[in-house]
Design a binder for this molecule. Structure first.
Ligand SMILES: C[S@@+](CC[C@H](N)C(=O)[O-])C[C@H]1O[C@@H](n2cnc3c(N)ncnc32)[C@H](O)[C@@H]1O
Length: 209
């Protein structure tokens, strides 16, 4: 565990902390995550983006869990909606890991959406769109291969909002999954590294013949 007060955590430390979540870190990813961490620290000083203050914990809990989810995103995935993205988890680390995926971050709180836009600009991400309203307000025609959900309040309501948007899968980071519509099946949950009770849960939509 690193006990530092600033975000002056090295890229080598970031890589070491991420090893349980993503054993092979692509070149350049730690540098981008370091930029992201610095921005989170700067903004967290004046607005509450994350309750976690320790940089090592941010790397493990926020970046690590998001990248662990990213490892389970299928290679055929072209579009992904992160519903209730907050400070960008898991959508932004997934967008850094998989730049070929068009990622939409839906976040209805204005200050968090403003942070997300700034993060996208700072990180030079061309593949990310910020939707600064409720996900339910997206045009009805907008569908995504995968919808991710993590730590969203009122999970059942968020899940209900995710269902009509997901053309292939809903990927949850949670303790359990809400009741599923009949056309979804759940793969065996995978315990998230370092957690006793949080799982990565993939709810797959049946594709009609
Ligand atoms: C507790 S935060 C968690 C954020 C992030 N997913 C994480 O894991 O750190 C939940 C966020 O979801 C947002 N939210 C909840 N329901 C939403 C919806 N239907 N559309 C857009 N944003 C939503 C809230 O504004 C809040 O910022």
């Amino acid at each position: 565990m690193f006990h530092v007060e600033q975000s002056d955590i090295s890229e080598a430390q970031i890589e070491a902390l991420l090893a349980p979540y993503l054993p092979e870190i692509p070149a350049g990813l730690a540098a981008k995550l370091s930029q992201y961490l610095n921005l989170l620290f700067k903004w967290n000083a004046r607005t509450n983006l994350t309750a976690i203050r320790d940089p090592g914990q941010i790397v493990q809990r926020h970046f690590g869990e998001s990248l662990f989810a990213g490892r389970h995103v299928g290679f055929e995935t072209k579009t992904l909606l992160d519903l209730g993205s907050g400070a960008g988890f898991p959508g932004l680390p997934i967008a850094l890991l998989r730049p070929e995926i068009a990622v939409t971050l839906a976040e209805s709180q204005n200050k968090k959406a403003t942070f997300l836009r700034e993060a996208v600009r700072t990180l030079g991400l061309q593949n990310v769109e910020v939707w600064a309203e409720r996900a339910e307000a997206l045009p009805e025609t907008r569908q995504f291969d995968i919808v991710t959900l993590r730590a969203v309040d009122h999970m059942a309501a968020a899940f209900a909002a995710a269902v009509p948007r997901a053309s292939r899968e809903i990927l949850l980071l949670a303790g359990a999954h809400p009741e599923l519509p009949a056309d979804f099946t759940v793969e065996p949950p995978v315990l998230i590294p370092g957690s006793q009770s949080s799982y990565l849960i993939r709810a797959m939509k049946s594709i009609p013949d």
